[in-house]
Write a protein that binds this ligand. Structure first.
Ligand SMILES: NC(=O)c1ccc[n+]([C@@H]2O[C@H](COP(=O)([O-])OP(=O)(O)OC[C@H]3O[C@@H](n4cnc5c(N)ncnc54)[C@H](OP(=O)(O)O)[C@@H]3O)[C@@H](O)[C@H]2O)c1
Length: 334
C-alpha cells in the first residue's frame, strides 16, 4: 500500500511574472508539481551556485516559471508508477532539468521523472549524497573526463581553482582520494588548514598563477577551473604537455582570453563539464565512483552548514558575494 502524501506541504518556489522576480516558502500540493513517475519524501537538498542565481534572479536559470527551486534532492520513494522504484527506496537526482524546466528539490515532496531518478548507490547515505550533490558530481565528472583523456598522477599535480567553494572543496578531496597531488588555489588564506585537511599538498593564492605569457612554467599536470577569466587562461599556460584542464565554472568571469599556444605546442586539452545534461550511463558511472574509490573521507568536514528552507535567501547572498566555504546541506525533514 502506498503512503499518502499530505494535502499541502512546504516548498521554496520561484516566480517570474508581471509582479516581478520573487522567491520564498509556499504551501503547495502534489498537483502543483511537474509530472513524473516517482514521488519522493525529500530528506536533503543542497545549495549550489546555480541555486543562488536561480533563487535571487541574478542569473537566468529558470526556463519557465513558477518553479520550485533546488537542483539537487535525495529522499525516499512514497509512490511510483515505474516498477523499477518501490516505496521506501532511497533515491537521488541532480541537475536533469530540476529548477530549470521542472520543479526542483527545495520541497518536502518532489516528483521526478524515472529517467533521472538514481537509486542511492551502496556506500552512500542520503545525507552524504547531498553533501556531494551537483558539486561532487561535477568534480568527479571532470576527473572522469580527464582520465578518459589519459590524465594520470605521473603528469603532475592537479590544480583546483575556487578551492574553498562547493565544487572546489569536493574536487580537492576527490582528486586526492584518486591518487593525485592537489594544488588548491584560493582567495582565502585562512582556509589553508581546511584545504590541507581535505588532501591538498599545497595551497596557493589566487595571484600565484598570474602570467601575461601564452605559456609559462609547466607546473601542473592539469586541473579543474571553477572561476573562469584570467585564472583559466593562466591555468592553461601552466599545464604540462598533454595535460587536461576541465572548465566547470564562472564564479569570477565567463570570459576566456587565451592563445592557441598551450594546445598546439604542448598538446594541452580543454575539456567542458556540463553536469546538468549528463547522459544517464555516464551519470550512473560517476555516482558509482563517488560511492566507492572516489568517495572522500572528509565529507562531514566539507559540510560547513546545515540550512532549512527559510535560511536559503541568506545562504544565496553569501554565496554570490564570493563567501562560500564548503557545502551547505538543506534539511527537508524536522
Ligand atoms: N559546469 C557545471 O556542470 C557546474 C556544476 C556546478 C557548478 N558550476 C559552476 O562552478 C562554479 C563554482 O560553483 P560552486 O557551487 O562551487 O560555487 P561556490 O561554492 O560559491 O564556490 C565558488 C568559489 O569560487 C571562488 N571565487 C568566488 N568569486 C571569485 C572571484 N571573483 N574570483 C576568483 N575566485 C572566486 C571562491 O573560492 P576561493 O575563495 O577559495 O578562491 C568561491 O568559494 C560556479 O560558477 C558554478 O556556476 C558548474
Amino acid at each position: 500500500m502506498m503512503t499518502t502524501t499530505p494535502a499541502r506541504f512546504n516548498a521554496f518556489r520561484i516566480h517570474d511574472d508581471a509582479a516581478g522576480y520573487r522567491s520564498g516558502i509556499e504551501q503547495i500540493a502534489l498537483d502543483d508539481l511537474a509530472p513524473g513517475e516517482v514521488v519522493i519524501r525529500a530528506e536533503y537538498s543542497s545549495v549550489n551556485f546555480k541555486d543562488a542565481l536561480a533563487g535571487t534572479g541574478k542569473g537566468k536559470i529558470l526556463r519557465k516559471a513558477p518553479l520550485v527551486g533546488g537542483i539537487d534532492v535525495a529522499g525516499r520513494v512514497v509512490a511510483s508508477t515505474d516498477p523499477l522504484y518501490r516505496e521506501g527506496d532511497a533515491v537521488l537526482a541532480t541537475g536533469s532539468g530540476l529548477s530549470e524546466t521542472r520543479d526542483g528539490g527545495y520541497s518536502e515532496y518532489v516528483r521526478l521523472p524515472a529517467q533521472w531518478t538514481i537509486a542511492l548507490p551502496d556506500g552512500l547515505s542520503l545525507r552524504e549524497s547531498m553533501i556531494l550533490g551537483t558539486a561532487g558530481f561535477t568534480a568527479a565528472l571532470a576527473l572522469l573526463r580527464m582520465e578518459e583523456n589519459r590524465q594520470a598522477p605521473a603528469l603532475g599535480p592537479l590544480a583546483v581553482t575556487g578551492a574553498t567553494g562547493g565544487v572546489g572543496s569536493l574536487a580537492v578531496a576527490i582528486f586526492a582520494r584518486a591518487g593525485y597531488q592537489v594544488s588548491a588555489i584560493s582567495g582565502k588564506p585562512e582556509a589553508d588548514a581546511y584545504l590541507r585537511e581535505l588532501g591538498a599538498h599545497e595551497v596557493l593564492g589566487r595571484d600565484a598563477l598570474s602570467t601575461t605569457r601564452p605559456m609559462d612554467t609547466a607546473r601542473f599536470g592539469g586541473g579543474l577551473d571553477n572561476v573562469g577569466g584570467p585564472m583559466l587562461a593562466a591555468l592553461l599556460a601552466h599545464t604540462a604537455p598533454y595535460g587536461n584542464v576541465a572548465t566547470a565554472g564562472l564564479a569570477a568571469s565567463p570570459d576566456l582570453h587565451a592563445t592557441v599556444m598551450p594546445f598546439i605546442i604542448r598538446g594541452v586539452s580543454l575539456l567542458g563539464v556540463a553536469s546538468a545534461g549528463t547522459a544517464r550511463d555516464i551519470r550512473d558511472e560517476v555516482w558509482r565512483r563517488l560511492a566507492a574509490d572516489w568517495k572522500p573521507a572528509t565529507l562531514e568536514r566539507i559540510c560547513t552548514r546545515e540550512a532549512t528552507l527559510s535560511d536559503l535567501p541568506d545562504v544565496f547572498d553569501k554565496m554570490l558575494a564570493g563567501g562560500s566555504f564548503g557545502r551547505t546541506l538543506v534539511r527537508l525533514t524536522s
